[in-house]
Design a protein around this ligand. Structure first.
Ligand code: ATP
Length: 259
């Protein structure tokens, strides 16, 4: 992957990034998804889909159910309805099987292993793989996140918040997922760091074709890299559209873009 500098001074998006990318068939198809925590129902029948190669964002206020949605897709909360991934029903599958099928989840709070080195965290991310290209992939993600290479022997717990988020994403990518679930990657990070982080998501999507489903409160930023999006309100989808439509939607502008 080549690094280059664009007009804004960021090196995150290579100048030779393809202008148009390929969007394929539906990869994830969610129908009437319901779920929650014991007697507390949080998701009240969600319908959405993600096509191969897309970056899709789910926007929503605090407590709307964004995290619960991703946790349901990863088999981490009790849920019902239908979640089809690569034509397989996932609703009753265990988390480990879902990872093996190609879904990687970067949870809120990042979930790296603080006592292990950066590089050991990346090896842990490859635990489902049996091929011999793990070291080559580590170098590939070091190319996208050079600071991780500089800190390869440091404890993950000693990294800054932004670096930990990069490590969490690189670790998830080490499983070579077909679908990457990102839970509020901007949380607690400074605006410039967040901007850089999101530009690199876009670069990874365009250069590797990795499909991404991002839940975010930072609508402006998320829509700037997304192809399509949904708004989640009280456990149901209230608005959907492509990123341009959502950016110009009055309700979204008022509620999430501060216009
Ligand atoms: P945030 O941006 O604050 O993370 P969110 O949109 O991701 O919000 P969720 O974390 O999915 O929302 O929470 C949705 C609802 O589920 C909230 O009312 C929350 O209090 C409740 N909830 C979340 N986790 C649990 C839990 N482990 N047990 C019981 N209720 C929970």
């Amino acid at each position: 992957m080549s690094e280059s500098t664009n007009e804004s001074g960021s090196d995150a998006v290579a100048a030779d990034t393809p202008a148009a990318k390929t969007i394929g068939d539906t990869l994830l198809d969610v129908k009437d998804l319901r779920g929650g925590y014991g007697p507390i129902q949080v998701l009240h029948g969600l319908d959405f889909h993600v096509a191969e190669g897309e970056v899709v964002v789910i926007l929503g206020a605090n407590g709307a159910g964004k995290t619960t949605t991703l946790r349901a897709l990863s088999g981490k909360v009790d849920s019902s309805g239908s979640v089809t991934f690569l034509d397989q029903e996932m609703i009753d599958k265990k988390t480990a099987d879902i990872v093996r099928l190609g879904v990687a989840h970067v949870p809120q709070g990042r979930g790296t292993l603080p006592e292990l080195s950066v590089e050991d965290n990346l090896h842990v991310g490859a635990y489902v793989r049996k091929d011999k290209e793990v070291n080559a992939d580590i170098e590939r993600w070091y190319d996208v996140y050079p600071v991780l290479k500089e800190r390869r022997h440091q404890r993950a717990g000693s990294l800054s918040g932004g670096e930990q988020q990069m490590l969490a994403v690189a670790r998830a990518l080490m499983s070579r997922p077909k679908l990457l679930l990102l839970d509020e990657p901007s949380l607690g990070l400074a605006p410039l760091i967040v901007q850089d982080l999101f530009q690199r998501f876009r670069r990874i999507n365009e250069e590797t074709g990795t499909t991404m489903l991002v839940v975010e409160q930072n609508a402006q930023l998320a829509l700037s890299i997304a192809d399509r999006g949904y708004v989640l309100e009280s456990g149901t989808i209230s608005i959907q559209g492509n990123a341009h439509e959502l950016m110009n939607n009055d309700a979204i502008r008022k509620a999430y873009l501060g216009v």
